[in-house]
Design a protein around this ligand. Structure first.
Ligand SMILES: [Ca+2]
Length: 465
């Protein structure tokens, strides 16, 4: 028999005792490459996301959420482990770790391509609590020996070492990008021509929830959308084409249509929770693994993170700021907004009801609105690799300030984020004391996490002038 007092104490701690109430199910919907300014509730002037907007209206929306990394696999690993990618030694996506850049001024830091089996994942922790878990969609955390089945999930549909599908249309196979590598999405047989990947992964997620009803479940619905290839359903593309006007921030009708399908997936999942009468005992989290992709795809810019600077790959805000919405029945107040700086690494302890993980803090005090701030005044980032938007870089970000340290020439940049959210005015020369202090804190953090560093490339020859 559990006393009322200990029941209330456990409620306050966010860990419902099994004897008093069934555990909360967990649905974590992870978008791929969705920018922090892309959804309607984050201010897009083109994209329509009524279901995400509704989810935000029912829970808490974070206006200052950062992915742990500006690219795919490392952020995904941070969600699964509660550890920073720098500590895991996973700082670039799997394929990038296997085939590092060798033609640039620096050799990128070595990076682990597979999330180690020794890590205790979110799914393994929940399995120990009696949850059934499914990973549906993108995995991208290593080769077959490190697939979801080896990391605590009972079911894996579609998860491979690949970071993107060849196509979003059934049968989801073909040559991928310029590498011409044959790719496919396993486990999705029996579809019809015209079937769209986002819809199909949603079907599979709903099937899993129905089969699990009555037992606690964890659905990790990791959509490929809105990663390249930018492909969407024709009727939706036409709708957005007719709406684009000169001067709009978002102007890619195919991307807008992809996002609408992703939003419909969220709506279908929420609708199914209602039908199963599980909405009151299911936590729903929606986020993305990195900032929006601003480079062209088939000659057209994919998205625009304005007013944030740059995009995927970069440690400027456009590369790391992501949407984050949490609906936690009994905890979040409908329509609440948190402006606190939070990161994907925080989800592990938050969802497990633990105060902290190795590198993350529980967001429960924010979700419950007991506090507006976490006991942490800085987040650090480490991307010792190249991308079309960046050269190797690390960064430290406080609520007001941000310092970026670039490794090619060793220069620092300092921005007053509170006054200059677009990172336009480098204040490092004007504020040498603050620059040195933040640099020292960043260096201490890099040492403490054992972050691996880029090194000079002896074979590099600068291009002729
Ligand atoms: Ca991504």
């Amino acid at each position: 028999m559990i006393s009322r007092r200990s029941f209330l104490a456990s409620l306050a701690a966010g860990t419902l005792p099994a004897a008093a109430a069934p555990p909360m199910n967990l649905v974590l919907i992870l978008a791929d490459d969705l920018g922090g300014m892309d959804p309607g509730c984050y201010g897009s002037d083109l994209h329509e996301t009524p279901n995400l907007d509704r989810l935000a209206g029912q829970g808490m929306r974070f206006s200052n959420a950062c992915a742990a990394a500006p690219i795919c696999s490392p952020t995904r690993a941070s969600i699964m482990t509660g550890k920073h990618p720098a500590r895991l030694g996973m700082t670039i996506w799997s394929e990038g770790a296997i085939s590092p850049t060798r033609d640039r001024r620096l050799l990128p830091a070595p990076s682990v391509p597979d999330m180690p089996l020794t890590e205790v994942t979110l799914a393994e922790k929940l399995r120990d609590r009696g949850f059934q878990s499914a990973s549906i969609g993108k995995w991208h955390l290593g080769g077959p020996a490190n697939y979801p089945e080896a990391q605590g999930f009972d079911l894996n549909i579609g998860g491979t070492h690949w970071g993107a599908p060849a196509t979003y249309f059934y049968p989801y196979r073909g040559d991928f990008s310029s590498t011409r590598e044959l790719r496919y999405v396993p486990g999705l047989w029996g579809g019809k021509p015209g079937e769209y990947l986002t819809d199909r992964l949603t079907d599979e997620g709903i099937r899993f929830m129905r089969a699990s009803a009555g037992k606690p479940f964890f659905l990790y619905l990791a959509h490929h959308s809105v990663h390249t290839p930018i492909e969407a359903k024709a009727d939706k593309i036409e709708k957005y084409k007719a709406r684009i006007r000169p001067g709009m921030r978002h102007t890619n009708p195919v991307y807008a249509a992809m996002l609408e399908s992703l939003d419909e997936s969220v709506g279908r999942v929420l609708g199914e929770l209602d039908r199963l009468q599980l909405a009151d005992q299911t936590i729903v989290v929606f986020t993305s693994d990195n900032g929006g992709y601003i480079n062209p795809f088939r000659g057209v810019a994919v998205t625009n993170n304005a007013p944030l600077r740059s995009g995927k790959g970069s440690l400027y805000e456009g590369g790391i700021r992501v949407p984050l919405i949490v609906r936690w029945p009994g905890m979040t107040r409908p329509g609440s907004i948190s402006e606190e700086m939070v990161t994907s690494t925080d989800l592990y302890s938050t969802l497990l009801g633990e105060p902290a993980s190795t590198d993350g803090l529980s967001l429960q005090p924010l979700l419950r609105r007991d506090r507006q701030r976490l006991e942490r005044d800085a987040l650090c980032f480490h991307y010792p690799h190249y991308y079309p938007t960046t050269t190797p870089v690390s960064a430290i970000r406080t609520r007001e300030w941000k310092l970026l340290h670039y490794y090619e020439d060793g220069h620092d940049e300092l921005y007053h984020l509170a006054q200059d959210p677009s990172e336009t005015k480098d204040l490092s020369a004007a504020e040498p004391g603050r620059t040195a202090e933040l640099r020292r804190r960043l260096d201490d953090w890099l040492k403490e996490t054992g972050a691996r560093m880029p090194s000079p490339n002896p074979e590099f020859r600068p291009p002729a002038e």
